[in-house]
Design a protein around this ligand. Sequence first.
Ligand SMILES: [Zn+2]
Ligand SMILES: [Zn+2]
Length: 118
Amino acid sequence: MKFKYLLYPDNWSEIAAEVKQEALWRCQKCGLKCIAPGENTSHLTRSERMAYTLQVHHWNRNPADNRKSNLVALCSACHLFYHQGGKSNVSPGLGKPSLRLATLTTKMDNPCILAARS
Ligand SMILES: [Zn+2]
Ligand SMILES: [Zn+2]
């Protein structure tokens, strides 16, 4: 699936960082406070760290469209929720994100593609 990375612009990590910064490292759907850069996460488990990783979603699911109006910062659960079309039994922002969710999420900056796989 490597070729799909080409859809992302060279400066995607900068764009994503900016969107997340503007969201103050909170999910723009449920308000979950995610891990900001430099934050000490040593008390979190690996799956918790992944669950609290803020991701940048493309509303139109087109990773080549990086206008600010097309981008939104979401926590792992909410991001997955959008990719599943809201049909799942996932409750974004409620309770502890499940391990299953965490394993589907990624530390990468191209979560839309990975989430879309599910
Ligand atoms: Zn959320
Ligand atoms: Zn997405």
